[in-house]
Write a protein that binds this ligand. Sequence first.
Ligand SMILES: NC(=O)c1ccc[n+]([C@@H]2O[C@H](COP(=O)([O-])OP(=O)(O)OC[C@H]3O[C@@H](n4cnc5c(N)ncnc54)[C@H](OP(=O)(O)O)[C@@H]3O)[C@@H](O)[C@H]2O)c1
Length: 316
Amino acid sequence: MTHRIIAGGTGFIGQYLVKKWLQAGIEVTIIGRSLKKIQRMYGDTVNAVTWDELPTVSQTLFRNVELVLNLAGANIGSARWSVARKNLILESRTHTTQQLCELLALLGDKAPTLYNASAVGIYGLATHPTQQLPPAVDEDTPIAFQTYPDFLSTVARQWEFATHASKAHGVYVLNLRFGVVLGHGGGALSRLLPSFRLGLGGPIGDGNQAFSWIHIDDLANIIEFLLQHPEVHGAVNIVAPECVNQRTFAKTLGKVLHRPTCLKTPAWVLHLAFGDMADELLLSGQHVKPKRLEALAYPFQYPRLLDALTECIKGK
Ligand SMILES: NC(=O)c1ccc[n+]([C@@H]2O[C@H](COP(=O)([O-])OP(=O)(O)OC[C@H]3O[C@@H](n4cnc5c(N)ncnc54)[C@H](OP(=O)(O)O)[C@@H]3O)[C@@H](O)[C@H]2O)c1
């Protein structure tokens, strides 16, 4: 029986994947902070291990495992970015990744494959004064610290960097750079839907910021696809081919919901409400291309935003 391990399996993406994997007859072990939380969510359908227990059980646990998927990290958009919150966002990613990588490195090239979450924020902030999207970036675009000093880029670079030592020990690692993940019942869409359903949604700031996204079904299928392509190394952008600006995103969501989207939210209101977080999460974005996936001819199920949003809303 195929066995996969997932860290952060209780979150939005994790819950979707665990359900899918269990349906496919895959044995699943979840690494998390609380056994009770995992058991409350999944009962005895999964195995559960805490981060504290991991060092004592890892050498047995990692045997005959096909994949370790690490999604763990404090949620980026759920609380205002105080200094303490920023430290938590960073350290909850780098520490969990380091712990996993150190344990996997002990097994060297006998270690299971590690797919470690990352984000398109790594490419740095791109504000753009016109309605045209900014120039696209892809996995081959150099990421220069001096050019992208913003918080999310720093977090993602350190998150990916934390996997490098294990790569040097022979562990096969992919860094999955997720765009905004669209799916039912969680993530960015669940935060946006209440206001859009009331007809209060619309462009944020000037609406020109790029919005790179992926439907959660594609995210799940891409994981299966990449497992069949061990020739891929390094970073993989997990985004749909059609990037839009935020104005188009708002308009498309309004269209799917049959609601107007004329209400603009000025940038200053967002600054007041969310501080730095508004600049990085809401008022800027990245135009990211899935170059590796396109080179491998991955067949996107939802290449177009309209279809992706229609499916997400229909599934509610
Ligand atoms: N959703 C998106 O649109 C998106 C886009 C780009 C990147 N990503 C990245 O993909 C990963 C998964 O996303 P998601 O939306 O599923 O996130 P999520 O719903 O916030 O879940 C993340 C999981 O991380 C664990 N976690 C939370 N705080 C933690 C802490 N302080 N220390 C260690 N673990 C902690 C939790 O599991 P336990 O409580 O069981 O420990 C939680 O279930 C995240 O790292 C996120 O940054 C997501």
